[in-house]
Design a protein around this ligand. Structure first.
Ligand code: HEC
Length: 172
């Protein structure tokens, strides 16, 4: 059995090392990963990245904006986005504009209606390490969603892992 002693000790050492070095806030104890609970300041003044219309049940018109750090990374096509990048998605109902349609003489104009929600992705590779370095935020009437609501954000955004979890492309 002598030959076993070293490997056993080595394995024990490795196991304890791993146990001690596993940081895992929001992982080890099964607590929810941290997410964004405060609306970032000044987001409405940020620059436009692109827009998207979701049909179906969402029936939404969205504008994606980026703060200066995010816009710079987009323009320089730098991935991953650096810490401090914030991307906002402003969502509205997608509604016909009676006013515009009267001018055109037919129903062809659709515009943002009532706001529905605002979503954010905040890059902080330390604070949000458990969710790919991005903190996700969802606000309705200015109030943050709860931890349960935030669970699907990261898993779905992982599908965009080739572009640092960000789906929206920069519209020139
Ligand atoms: C089922 C997949 C899915 C889920 C779940 C999801 N997203 Fe997204 N998200 C997308 C897609 C696809 C886009 C791009 C299309 C669009 O803007 O409508 C997007 C766009 C975004 C954007 C703009 C930046 C980007 O990646 O394009 C933000 C910010 C965002 N989502 C935040 C969130 C938050 C916060 C949650 C959780 C409350 C969430 N998402 C849940 C698929 C998802």
């Amino acid at each position: 059995m002598k030959y076993l002693r070293f490997p056993v000790a080595a394995i024990a050492a490795i196991v304890s090392l791993v146990a001690f070095s596993a940081p895992a806030p929001g992982h080890a104890d099964g607590a929810p990963a941290p997410f964004v609970t405060e609306i970032p300041n000044g987001y409405r003044n940020w620059q436009w990245v692109s827009s998207a219309h979701e049909a179906g049940n969402l029936n939404s018109l969205g504008a994606v904006l980026g703060n200066d750090i995010a816009i710079k990374a987009y323009r320089e096509q730098k991935l991953p986005f650096p810490d401090g990048s914030i991307i906002a998605a402003l969502h509205y109902r997608y509604v016909p504009s009676d006013e515009n349609n009267k001018v055109f003489g037919k129903v062809q104009s659709f515009v943002p209606g009532a706001p529905t929600n605002i979503q954010f992705m905040v890059k902080d590779s330390t604070k949000f390490a458990a969710t790919g370095g991005w903190g996700f935020g969802h606000f309705q009437d200015g109030k943050p969603a709860d931890a349960n609501f935030m669970k699907p954000c990261f898993p779905c955004h992982q599908k965009a892992k080739d572009t640092d979890l960000v789906f929206t492309r920069y519209a020139p």
